[in-house]
Design a protein. Sequence first.
Length: 277
Amino acid sequence: MELKTTRWDIGDDGVAVLTLSRPTRHNAWTGRMHTELRHLLHTAEDDPAIRVVVITGDPEGRAFCPGADSRALEGHADRGGYDAGTPDDLATPGFGVRPEFDADFAFFLGLETVTIAAVNGAAAGAGLVLACWCDLRFAAAGAKLTTAHGKLNLPVEYGLSWLLPRIIGHGRSADLLLSSRVITAEEGDRLGLVNAVHPADAVLDAAVDYARTLVRDVSPHALRASKRQLAVDTVRNHPAESVRDAQARLDMMMTEADYRAAVGAVADRRAPAWGGG
């Protein structure tokens, strides 16, 4: 696919960087951007060498993503309804794991690839939604964050009313979702929405460095398994189901070469050499 609204950079360290790139429109969200995002995440899922994807905004746009492009919002009003602007053959990364994950943005729960948002500027509406569906969020100092929907006569978007309480709790989510107020990255950090705050010119490097530690320190299968357990446990009804799943995974993973490599590395006090099991 020709990339018109994103950039895709794959390192030799297991980390890829996906950049939302519409700098003249502050990296605003469009159907084309949504299409390219899903295509690139599908690419990552199909490439075992890519273990973490860091998503950020083009720094020339001076924002992470301020939500839907205002021109698109005007178009929705003119048409009298919402038009996603995506093709019928939209890629479906993360689909097919569980029915609960088979929807826009919810598919992030079905991905095996870890996703980290490097929020290097303002994130509003769909931009904040995207950051929240990522596994981790690193944000630039002073970055402004808002759900924005209420001030546009819109509902809470893309499952954020389900997701946000699972990140920061019901009461704090009610505050942000009912008011659509703007918070800073620093308040987001205090609320538990943001994992870490860094200077704007360092947030991407910090996210990539963290991604590299995951690749270096955690076996490929353990990283995939941990992500899947976190996702599936959000829709399980009983803790016993989680325990039984963990036991089954334990029995399987202790037979793998990477387990033996890890045990040997601990005994020898050296870093393990992962084989990718």
